[in-house]
Structures are given as C-alpha cells and as structure tokens.
Design a binder for this molecule. Sequence first.
Ligand code: IMP
Length: 189
Amino acid sequence: MPQLYDIFFASSNKYKYQEVKKILDNFGIKVGFFKYDLTEIQADTIKEIAVQKVIDAFNQCKKPVIVEDDGLFITSLRGFPGPFSSYVYKKIGNKGILKLVQTKRNAKFQSTIAFCDKKKKPILFEANVSGKISKNLRGKGWGYDPIFVPSGKLKTFAELSNKNELSHRYRALKKFASWFLNKRVSTYR
Ligand code: IMP
C-alpha cells in the first residue's frame, strides 16, 4: 500500500501547518498534521526549544516528525522577544510590540526546523529573514505577520501574496527538503 505521508508536522498551530504543507508540497514531500500541544520549555535559544519539542513529538506519534520553533528578534530591543516570542505575543500582542519599538525598526524572524525519526537524535535546519517592524498594523494575518516587513519589500507578511516564497519558514524548510530528499534517495539506492 502506498504510504500516505512521508513525515508529520507536530504543532498546535494550524496556520503554521498550512504554510509548511504548501511549501513541502512544492518539494514533493507529503506532510501530515499531528495536532498536538507540545510542551514548550523556556530556554535561551529557539534551538533548545525545538530539540525538546521534537523529542516530545516523536515520543507521542512514533513516526518521522518535524517541529518548528520560531522567534522574532528586534535589534533595538537586544533581540527581544526572541525565544519568548510566543509568550510575549499572548501577553502584549502586536500592539504591545509597536509601542515598544520607537525609531530603530530592524528585526529578523528566525526558524528552526527539527527532524526526528526512530534511529537518530534530532537534526536541525535553521534560517532567518531580516526586515523591519512596521509603524502600524497592516493586513490580516496570524501572529506577527501584520507588523513584519521583510527586507526589499514594502508590504508586511500579512499583505504579501508570496510570503511562502521568502519567509524564514520557507528558507529553513528548503534546507530540510534538500537533506530529506537526498536521504531518501540514498536509502533506496
Ligand atoms: P512558536 O515557534 O510557535 O513558539 O512561535 C513563536 C511566536 O512567533 C508565536 O507567537 C508565533 O505566532 C509567531 N510566529 C512564528 N512564525 C510566524 C510567522 O510566520 N508569522 C507570524 N508570526 C509567527
């Protein structure tokens, strides 16, 4: 019987899954949604959070799985909210961030994709996209999309129709896809 999915994406965030699916579909990788509230430790780096999340996810789903951890790093706030982006979003939201950012608006979005299957310890794929925090909320989108303008663009992620071709998520998944497809070829050689 043909296998339905190549891997699973574990998350409680359906928006992230929709983007991951769209991106990986284009690389010919079939990804299923393992909807699951992953325990998130507070740590100094999103790498540590991703490793802990993927081990947790693999223990639950027992299939090849990826998770993603992201952070928004604002230069003038010394990288805040960074690894605390999820907590800060829930507490102060985009309006709170806009109040904190005054003149210097440089920022970057970072993504860490962590992969785990039965044999090995997690493998990580990291990427970021630099940009600026907008002066006000623009467009309808999830998370920090309405306030993040990627470099070279005038629109926020929420306003852009091609976010999935330039985001931190796209860049990290592109690295993952190239590694995964290579691994698959060498497995069947
Ligand atoms: P986490 O990886 O789910 O912990 O994400 C950290 C925070 O960044 C959460 O508040 C997410 O909503 C937000 N976030 C992650 N990726 C994106 C994105 O592509 N657009 C907007 N917000 C994002």
